[in-house]
Design a protein around this ligand. Structure first.
Ligand SMILES: Nc1ccn([C@@H]2O[C@H](COP(=O)(O)OP(=O)(O)OP(=O)(O)O)[C@@H](O)[C@H]2O)c(=O)n1
Ligand SMILES: C[C@](O)(CO)[C@H](O)COP(=O)(O)O
Length: 234
């Protein structure tokens, strides 16, 4: 079954604070975006990639990915949901035969191949939507507007959600067609149309590089000698 991956990479990286789009930030000489796209293709189950770039940097992003002919670049939008929608819109031209679609943050550049493969396999086996998740390790409290604790949430049933998220392509198209508002992840839009979302095990290396601390973690693990060619930390 042909698989296309959409890579939202149009964010500004405000929380990272380097004054440049986060996707273009280098880690040991290679950008997060190049690592993320190469990692998707190296997993061996993704044939096409559509990257949503900052609208004013489409050519720069295309040049960054010139070594990967399977990657296509389109202008992204003002929210992540807009960027994914714009990438999804060109799948019919780029990969008309695709029946499985992944959505994968450029910021999760060190996702192991095994996670990508597990998500694709679960969709190919019939799940309409699949997300990689991790258990929550902190105690979680619900607080009110004054900052006072209302209750302690039972974390046994909570999961932190990663990407790539995988979908039967018709399901993601239906979810985006119905989407009335932005969502923090794509599976959330499938939930809104009543679709079932299955989980597989995520991985700590699939962390989203959001802050300078996250970047320092990635740099230090790579500096310790982890392989770089597939984009994996370890
Ligand atoms: N308008 C947007 C916003 C985000 N993204 C992408 O969505 C992923 C997850 O977003 P996030 O980590 O929040 O990235 P930024 O928006 O760049 O971060 P910040 O909120 O700190 O600016 C990233 O790969 C980012 O490039 C996107 O394609 N289009
Ligand atoms: C899609 C996501 O990575 C799943 O955890 C996350 O929701 C993106 O959130 P952000 O606020 O756009 O970084």
């Amino acid at each position: 079954m042909s698989v296309v991956a959409l890579v939202p990479a149009a964010g500004r990286g405000v929380r990272l604070g380097l004054g440049m789009p986060k996707a273009l930030v280098p880690v040991n000489g290679e950008s997060l975006l190049l690592r993320a796209v190469r990692g998707l293709l190296a997993a061996g189950c993704v044939q096409h990639v559509v990257v949503a770039a900052p609208p004013d940097q489409v050519e720069l992003v295309a040049a960054e990915l010139a070594e990967l002919p399977a990657a296509h670049v389109v202008p992204g939008g003002s929210e992540r949901t807009d960027s994914v929608r714009l990438a999804l819109d060109v799948v019919e031209q780029v990969a008309p035969e695709a029946r499985v679609v992944l959505v994968h943050d450029a910021a999760r550049a060190f996702t192991p191949a095994s996670v990508i493969q597990d998500v694709v396999r679960a969709v190919e086996q019939g799940a309409p939507a699949v997300i990689p998740v991790l258990p929550v390790s902190d105690t979680i409290k619900r607080v009110d507007e004054a900052g006072d604790v209302v209750s302690t949430v039972d974390r046994a049933e909570l999961r932190a959600v990663q990407t790539p998220q995988g979908f039967a392509i018709d399901v993601l198209r239906e979810a985006y067609a119905a989407a009335g508002d932005i969502a923090t992840d794509d599976a959330g839009l499938v939930e809104r149309i009543g679709g079932k979302v299955h989980t597989v095990a995520g991985h700590p290396n699939a962390l989203k590089i959001t802050t300078a601390f996250d970047l320092a973690i990635a740099e230090s693990v790579l500096a310790a000698g982890a392989p770089q060619s597939t984009g994996e930390l370890a």
